[in-house]
Ligand binder design. Structure first.
Ligand SMILES: NC(=O)C1=CN([C@@H]2O[C@H](COP(=O)(O)OP(=O)(O)OC[C@H]3O[C@@H](n4cnc5c(N)ncnc54)[C@H](O)[C@@H]3O)[C@@H](O)[C@H]2O)C=CC1
Ligand SMILES: O=C(O)[C@H]1O[C@H](OP(=O)(O)OP(=O)(O)OC[C@H]2O[C@@H](n3ccc(=O)[nH]c3=O)[C@H](O)[C@@H]2O)[C@H](O)[C@@H](O)[C@@H]1O
Length: 428
């Protein structure tokens, strides 16, 4: 098959490279000339394990990138993987996706065969019917051969390629049998080698499945954090408790790590977007609101623990870990951001370190001091907070001896406590 993929960000680049790996011919389309040039060079515009290898293999052969939509009508199916950020009130901002949907429609105005346009972006349940399908149709000047479907994506940053190539499930949201068959044809090569459940449904339900998935996972972590805070009050270890409850198949052992909370480009915006959509529809989702509230309070709890041991005004505090999770340089909604802001409010002098995310954080906080290593950050610090569970922090040991006062508040259960260290776990 020939597949066109509109948008070459985290999702678009990953799926374009993976579709080529599955044997399809792929045209990746992006408005950003630099992104297109990078891709055509066989390089990845984002940092993802395994992605560059796929691009090196397939660019110039089964995969090419361009800024032009000309390949859209020549392809058999088009995936839209454009960002859906938040408006100020938390609701979904469809501006960029709507523009891309309309441009895709325009490219298909004269197509005489049926063509499936698949929304890969995360969108609220009414977005397709009310905004995106009309945009495609408007662009296509009412061409009835163009149909819109939904195929939500569940990959995680840091393991995007392997997640995409070995999914638990595939969700096909279409309005016709033909649309479902089209999606089957796209994913058939994947399903030949990999056993995944396939859910066939309508586009609106497919959209809701994506939000329910993310809201459930974010709520699971917030519940674990809430219970973890209770454990801490009783002097108990939340990790021991969660390990035990994770033995129950109904709960499962995954996503039970308590600490400073969830960040990233998706959980925060998606939970807020579905809350805003529900409110607009007339329902206040109380539990989802609490999910956000618990998450928002964790950085503050981290600093309260630190303040029990260090007078923060004028103290030198090392912040270890800046990315929203390990294996990525992505700092979007990283818990390091509220942690740094609250340390600044309390008058602390901050020295920050991350193995890969210093440059993006320097853009956000140019005034901070950044260290070249965790060891440098710890030297002469009056205390440290750990925000990201990078493996290298687990091996820190004698480095803590160089601190002016060895107070460690661990937000991710990654540090090995040692003698002469004042160690506090956030939920243990
Ligand atoms: N990042 C992730 O791990 C996941 C993201 N998603 C969803 O996928 C969607 C895309 O997210 P990301 O890939 O992270 O976004 P991104 O912001 O990394 O990439 C979007 C790309 O679209 C391009 N673009 C914007 N307007 C365009 C247009 N009119 N024509 C062509 N290209 C255009 C931009 O230049 C950019 O390269 C979002 O809805 C997100 O919620 C879903 C699952 C995982
Ligand atoms: O829609 C999306 O974009 C994606 O959002 C998440 O993926 P991602 O944000 O890349 O990363 P996760 O591994 O889910 O971690 C999210 C946040 O939760 C935190 N987390 C995760 C697990 C846990 O047990 N505890 C915990 O605090 C992580 O530190 C991180 O800040 C989902 O896991 C993906 O399925 C989804 O496709």
């Amino acid at each position: 098959m020939h597949i066109s993929v509109i948008g070459s960000g985290y999702v678009g680049t990953t799926i374009a490279a993976c579709f080529a790996e599955l044997g399809h011919d792929v045209t990746a389309i992006d408005i950003d000339e630099e992104v297109v040039a990078t891709l055509n060079d066989g390089r990845a515009p984002i940092d993802e394990p395994g992605l560059e290898d796929l691009l090196e293999t397939h660019v110039g052969d089964r995969l090419e990138a361009t800024t032009s939509y000309d390949a859209v009508p020549e392809s058999d199916v088009t995936f839209l993987a454009i960002g859906t950020p938040s408006n100020e009130d938390g609701s979904i901002d469809l501006t960029a996706l709507e523009a891309a949907a309309e441009a895709t429609g325009e490219a298909l105005a004269d197509k005489s065969e049926r063509h499936l346009v698949v929304i890969k972006s995360t969108v609220t349940p009414t977005s397709i019917e009310n905004v995106l399908e009309p945009a495609v149709k408007r662009g296509a000047d009412g061409n009835d051969n163009v149909e819109v479907g939904m195929n939500p994506e569940f990959l995680r940053e840091g393991s995007a390629v392997s997640d995409f190539l070995s999914p638990d499930k595939l969700v096909y949201g279409t309005n016709s049998e033909w649309g479902t068959e089209r999606l089957h044809a796209v994913f058939e090569p994947l399903l030949e080698d990999h056993d995944a459940d396939v859910v066939e449904t309508d586009p609106q339900t497919a959209s809701m499945i994506k939000y329910a998935n993310n809201a459930f996972l974010a709520s699971k972590i917030s519940l674990v954090n809430d219970l973890g805070n209770v454990c801490k009050e009783f002097g108990l270890d939340a990790y021991e408790v969660m390990e035990a409850i994770g033995l129950d198949d109904r709960i499962s052992e995954q996503f039970l790590r308590s600490g400073v909370g969830w960040g990233g480009s998706c959980f925060p915006k998606d939970v807020n977007a579905i809350i805003a959509a529900a409110r607009e529809a007339g329902y206040d989702p109380a539990l989802l609101e609490a999910t956000v509230e618990v998450n928002d309070q964790q950085p503050e709890r981290l600093l309260e623990l630190l303040a029990e041991h260090v007078d923060l005004e004028g103290a030198r505090i090392a912040v270890l870990g800046l990315s929203f999770k390990p294996q990525t340089d992505d700092i979007r909604n990283s818990r390091a951001i509220p942690t740094i802001e609250r340390l600044q409010d309390r008058g602390a002098e901050i020295v920050a370190y991350d193995p890969v995310a210093i440059e993006p954080m320097r853009e956000r906080f140019p005034e901070l001091e950044y260290a070249d290593s965790a060891a440098d950050a710890l030297e002469n610090a009056d205390g440290t907070v750990v925000v990201t569970d990078w493996d290298e922090f687990a091996t820190l040991d004698e480095e803590f001896d160089t601190m002016a006062s060895p107070v460690v508040v661990d937000g991710r259960r990654i540090i090995q406590p040692r003698e002469n260290m004042t160690y506090e776990g956030l939920t243990w």
